[in-house]
Design a protein around this ligand. Structure first.
Ligand SMILES: [Zn+2]
Length: 678
């Protein structure tokens, strides 16, 4: 829950095969040079300078809400995964994994059968909701929906206890909303209002497709929105969710009953499939107080309509075209600005990834990832760790005692590279050819039980929360670990050995490795100790210095207008912005130790230092639709791509040197206004 995932557009990690800085293939254009817009002064707008030419020549496809380097990698991953599925389908005889992939793929691609089935695969579940007559029935039905992956009314799950990372705990959080987050219910800017006005029409459409008559569907939709608005009002804002202490409220069952009266929690937990539990960690108690009120006092029919809508909405992507289209029109078109749907086979691969991604991953790494890449990545991580150590030792604002603890935490960060040593066992998951919906339902239920099964057992620190083919990475504070899946090694169009060190250090060492390590010391991660426990190891004065110095970055980002008149939220994006800035600084320190930097040879007209900054910016080669931008500001703790370049760079002294940035340039920041933290 607390980990910082680089979404939705992570940087790629890849390695040069050796320390030779020169491109091996002289017939290929230089990757960095060919993206540059030479009409832009890098000292005025570095992002547009570094990426502008590519952006002009690569418009966003109609099916996408943004387009950039992650998508180019994604296209390659799609082809690889397609082949794995096709091979499994034609294999004879099939082993267990091939049977699962083959049945999943064949059923999901059979659009004729899916059209013919219509609402039928959900009929049994709809009947369960319809049978509810009392608030207790409602919560019973809600518990069952949670067990099949439909998060009605609230959020829940099993995770490490933030204050005792050796223990798995059951946790409750705010949730249950149909729009992306609570701000969509209240913000008054034009884009949000448009989405909010469209939402009841969408709810009504889903209800009608589910069999509700048109005359009552409209009123029911209005009631569902009203219900969700009450839940949204009791929900915390994005930035308030960043305080790990305020979102940690451990309580016994008696206290939970007082916190959210009107709900029989023992019954709910049994329905979800939990063993008997004594304590629960509640993220936002005030949300649960409001929920208790709603369940006790709302008309039962409203609660049933709300559950019907959420069930069908969650399973719509696996149903007939009218359901798929309705869902696409609201979430992808209205909210995020896409023009048309992705091809069916790609949508199926996305669903398969969520359901049984690790099954796919075992085959993926066998074919596409080797030990050599794993070793290179590990070495680069150590170089970055060493650079950070050097920085911490030299800090003038941090006391010696806090420094010792910071260094111990840094040394203790564990790294996971490529793919897990131990795979999850999916053999008990039933995948057959009855329906796409039932396969997804079985998978959701499998995941529910898999996670519940961790309660009362020792924490498995070897576990991965991402599949190896994922194009992403994360830092997990409870394990004090960084996790980098093999998918990050995929580079479209280039082999590792064709990439010079300057590019790679900007691209991988700074924007991914350094970024993830710095998360261990950002505004949230720094509150966890070397063992992964939420426990203060900072002196008061050091803490004050950290807050004062990082407040400079909050202010810088608050001043940035991302789209229309919408500013970036400096507080909710602080952790990511600190990780970006820290990543650049330590990635650069590590780069300075390489021969490529020391020799200073230009490649394609640019010095090693210049190519480091260009390489970093390549990781943020994106363009984004305005609808998607507006949505990202409300829901994502990451700043939009452009500002992950133009935001941190003015705080980096070497940037001024590399591109001759002077006081009259737009990227210039007076010395007194720069962030001085790491
Ligand atoms: Zn991050």
């Amino acid at each position: 829950m607390l980990k910082k995932i680089v979404i939705p557009i992570a940087s790629i990690v890849f390695f040069s095969a050796c320390n030779q800085p020169k491109s091996a293939d002289t017939t290929k254009a230089d990757m960095l040079q060919s993206n540059i817009d030479t009409t832009i002064n890098p000292a005025d707008d570095f992002f547009e300078f570094a990426n502008g030419h590519w952006i002009k020549n690569n418009p966003i496809p109609a099916s996408e809400t943004s387009w950039g380097i992650a998508h180019l990698v994604g296209e390659e991953l799609y082809q690889r995964k397609l082949k794995i599925n096709q091979d499994a389908t034609t294999a004879a005889p099939k082993n267990g994994t091939q049977q699962q992939l083959s049945d999943f793929w064949t059923t999901a691609m059979d659009s004729t059968k899916i059209e013919k089935d219509g609402i039928a695969p959900l009929q049994e579940e709809l009947a369960k909701i319809n049978a509810a007559k009392t608030p207790a029935d409602i919560m019973n039905a809600a518990a069952h929906l949670h067990a099949i992956g439909v998060g009605v009314f609230f959020g829940e799950g099993v995770g490490q206890d933030a204050k005792n990372s050796e223990v798995m705990s059951y946790q409750l959080a705010q949730g249950g909303l149909g729009m992306p987050n609570r701000d969509y219910y209240f913000n008054t800017d034009e884009r949000t209002v448009k989405v909010r006005n469209e939402y009841p029409n969408f709810i009504s459409k889903i209800l009608r497709l589910s069999g509700v008559d048109s005359s009552s569907a409209t009123n029911k939709a209005v009631a569902v929105l009203a219900l969700e608005t009450k839940m949204a009002k009791a929900s915390r804002k994005l930035e308030a969710l960043r305080d790990p202490y305020a979102n940690y409220n451990k309580m016994g069952m008696a206290q939970l009953k007082t916190t959210a009266p009107g709900i029989d929690w023992n019954m709910v937990f049994t329905g979800i499939g939990l063993p008997k539990i004594d304590t629960v960690i509640v993220g936002q108690p005030e949300f649960y107080k409001e929920l208790g009120q709603l369940i006790a006092h709302e008309p039962i029919q409203n609660l049933k309509d709300y559950m019907t809508f959420h069930l069908v909405n969650d399973y719509a992507p696996y149903m007939s075209q009218s359901f798929v289209q309705a869902k696409f029109d609201f979430y992808n078109k209205t909210i995020r600005g896409a023009k048309e749907m992705r091809a069916r086979w790609k949508r199926v691969l996305d669903a398969e990834e969520a359901a049984i991604g690790e099954v796919l991953g075992q085959l993926f790494v066998k074919e596409y990832f080797n030990e050599k890449a794993k070793a290179r990545y590990s070495d680069m991580t150590e170089a970055v760790r060493k650079a950070y150590k050097g920085r911490i030792e030299k800090l003038t604002w941090m006391s010696d005692s806090t420094k010792q603890k910071a260094l111990a935490k840094l040394a203790a960060i564990s790294k996971k590279v490529g793919y897990p040593d131990k795979w999850k066992d999916f053999s008990s998951l039933k995948i057959d050819r009855s329906s796409y919906v039932s396969n997804m339902m079985h998978a959701n239920n499998w995941w529910n039980n898999y996670s519940i099964n961790k309660l009362g057992k020792p924490v498995d620190r070897t576990e991965w929360d991402m599949t190896p083919q994922t194009y992403n990475a994360y830092y997990n504070p409870s394990n004090n670990e960084i996790v980098l899946p093999a998918g990050q090694f995929t580079v479209p169009g280039f082999r590792d050995e064709e990439l010079d060190d300057a590019l790679v250090y900007g691209y991988a060492a700074a924007s991914t490795i350094g970024h993830e390590i710095t998360h261990g010391f950002d505004d949230e991660g720094r509150q966890f100790d070397a063992k992964g426990n939420l426990k203060n190891w900072w002196s008061k004065e050091d803490e004050n210095q950290f807050t004062k110095r990082s407040a400079v970055l909050v202010k810088q980002f608050n001043n940035i207008v991302a789209v229309d008149t919408i500013h970036i939220n400096g507080k909710s994006s602080l952790g990511e912005n600190l990780a970006d800035l820290g990543g650049i600084l330590i990635g650069l320190d590590a780069f300075k130790q390489t021969d490529a930097y020391k020799k200073g040879q230009k490649i394609a007209g640019y010095t090693p230092l210049q190519r480091f900054f260009l390489g970093y910016s390549l990781g943020w080669l994106y363009q984004i639709r305005p609808e998607q931008l507006a949505s990202q500001i409300l829901t994502d703790v990451h700043a939009p791509a452009k500002f992950r370049v133009n935001g941190p760079f003015p705080n980096v002294p070497e940037f001024y040197e590399a591109f001759n940035v002077k006081p009259n340039n737009k990227m210039y920041l007076a010395d007194s206004l720069r962030v001085r933290l790491w």
